[in-house]
Ligand binder design. Structure first.
Ligand SMILES: *Cc1c(COP(=O)(O)O)cnc(C)c1O
Length: 388
C-alpha cells in the first residue's frame, strides 16, 4: 500500500473542504448563486492581497497573470527592469521579450536576494523605465526578496513595481497597499491551497494609468475587459467555476486563521526545516535570505538530487521537488506552504533522513527530526504579536 504526500512548492495539498466543494454538481456562472460566491471570493482576495483595489481572477496558471501584467502595462519599445535571480525571475525577462519590451536585466547570484540599491541605480540612470519586475519568493532558489524596500525605491519614479507573488502569497507577508506595490500577481496552487488553474492580479491606480496607455496586443488577458466585468461581479469569459467555489473554502479558512497566524505558522515550519537540514549536515542553498514557503537544500557530493526525489516518491510516497535549470540534481526543495502542518514537516524530514541513509549519505538520519522537534516544541515566535 502507498499513501502520497505532496511537499512540493506547487501544486500543494488541497484541504478536504475545498475538495468536497469541487465535487458538487456544476452550477452556471451567470446566476445569482455564482455571483454571490464570486462576490465573496473577490472580497476575500482583497483581504489576502492586503489591498483595497480589485483583485482580478483569470482562468490560467500563474504565468497567465504574469503575462497579463506585461501585456497590459507596457507597450513595444518600453523598457522594464527584470530581476533575475532564478528561474522565475527569468520568466519576466522572457515575457518582456515576447511583447517587444526591452528588459533591463539585474542579474543576481542564485541563492542571494537582490539589493534594492541596484534597482534604484538603474531607475536613476534611466527615467524612461516603465516597470520593475521582481519576485517575492523565488521558488527555484528559496530566496525571499525585500519587496518593501524595492517598493520604497520605485515609488519615487515613473516605473511601477510588479511582484510575482505566485508562491509567496499566503506564506510571506506582503502589504500591497501599505508598502505601495502597484501590481501583485499570484496563482491558485501554492499558498492559496486549491488546484492549479486560477491566476490573480491586483493593480494600483498608478498601474491602471499605464494600462490606459499600453499599446500591446491582448484579448483573453485584457485587464480592462476583466475590470469592466468585475465591476458587475462578473467575468468576461466562463470562469473555472469549480475552482472559484473551492477557493471560497480556502479563503474562508485563511480569514478564520488570520494572516499574522498564517505567516507565523510558515515561519516556524521554515525554521524547523532549516534547523533540521543543518543538523543533518546539509547546507542551505539560500542561508542569507531564506523564504518561509520553500527551503532549498544543497546536496552533498555523491548524492544525486534527481535520484533522491525519485526515491522519496517511489519508496515513501513523499513528493518533494528537485532543482530546476542549473540546479538540476544539485538541490532539493521542500515546501512548507499552504495546507501544511508540523506533522507534515516532521514526516518529510524523517523520510529524507532515511532516504539519504539508504543512498549512502553518512550522517545520522534521526538528528534532523530532533532539531525540528525542538523548534516546533518551543513554538519559537509562535505568538504573532511578539514577532510582529
Ligand atoms: C509556480 C510559480 C510560477 C509559475 O506558475 P504557473 O502556475 O506554473 O504558471 C511563477 N512564479 C513563481 C515564483 C512560482 O512559484
Amino acid at each position: 500500500m502507498k499513501k502520497n504526500y505532496l511537499m512540493t512548492p506547487g501544486p500543494t495539498p488541497v484541504p478536504p473542504q475545498a475538495l468536497l466543494a469541487m465535487a458538487e454538481p456544476i452550477i452556471h456562472h451567470r446566476t445569482p448563486e455564482f455571483m454571490e460566491i464570486f462576490r465573496e471570493v473577490c472580497e476575500l482576495l482583497k483581504f489576502v492581497f492586503q489591498t483595497q483595489n480589485d483583485v482580478i481572477t483569470l482562468t490560467s496558471s500563474g504565468t497567465g497573470a504574469m503575462e497579463a501584467a506585461v501585456a497590459n502595462l507596457l507597450s513595444p519599445g518600453d523598457k522594464a527592469i527584470c530581476v533575475q535571480g532564478g528561474k522565475f525571475g527569468e520568466r519576466w525577462t522572457e515575457l518582456c521579450k515576447a511583447y517587444g519590451v526591452t528588459p533591463v536585466i539585474i542579474n543576481v547570484e542564485w541563492g542571494k536576494a537582490v539589493d534594492p540599491k541596484a534597482i534604484e541605480a538603474e531607475l536613476k540612470k534611466d527615467a524612461s523605465i516603465q516597470a520593475v519586475f521582481t519576485t517575492l519568493c523565488e521558488t527555484s532558489t528559496g530566496v525571499l526578496t525585500d519587496i518593501k524596500a524595492i517598493a520604497q525605491v520605485t515609488k519615487a519614479h515613473n516605473a511601477v513595481i510588479a511582484v510575482d507573488a505566485i508562491s509567496g502569497l499566503g506564506a510571506e507577508e506582503i502589504k500591497t497597499d501599505e508598502w505601495g506595490i502597484d501590481v501583485v500577481v499570484s496563482g491558485s496552487q501554492k499558498g492559496l491551497m486549491i488546484p492549479p488553474g486560477l491566476a490573480f492580479i491586483s493593480l494600483s491606480k498608478k498601474a491602471w494609468e499605464k494600462v490606459e496607455k499600453s499599446k500591446s496586443p491582448r484579448y483573453y488577458l485584457s485587464l480592462k475587459k476583466a475590470k469592466k466585468a468585475i465591476d458587475a461581479t462578473d467575468t468576461p469569459f466562463t470562469p473555472a467555476i469549480s475552482l472559484v467555489i473551492a477557493l471560497r473554502e480556502t479563503l474562508r479558512m485563511m480569514k478564520k486563521e488570520g494572516l499574522d497566524v498564517i505567516f507565523n505558522r510558515h515561519k516556524i515550519l521554515a525554521l524547523a526545516t532549516r534547523e533540521a537540514m543543518e543538523a543533518m549536515g546539509l547546507k542551505l542553498f539560500a542561508p542569507t535570505a531564506p523564504s518561509n514557503g520553500v527551503t532549498a537544500v544543497s546536496l552533498p557530493e555523491g548524492i544525486d538530487g534527481e535520484k533522491l526525489v525519485k526515491h522519496m516518491r517511489d519508496k515513501y510516497g513523499v513528493g518533494i521537488a528537485g532543482g530546476q535549470a542549473e540546479l538540476k540534481g544539485k538541490v532539493i526543495r521542500i515546501a512548507h506552504m499552504g495546507y501544511i502542518t508540523d506533522t507534515d514537516i516532521l514526516m518529510t524530514i524523517a523520510v529524507l533522513g532515511m532516504a539519504l541513509a539508504e543512498m549512502g549519505f553518512r550522517g545520522e538520519p534521526g538528528v534532523g527530526v530532533e532539531a525540528a522537534e525542538e523548534v516546533l516544541l518551543e513554538g519559537r515566535d509562535r505568538n504573532p504579536v511578539e514577532s510582529a
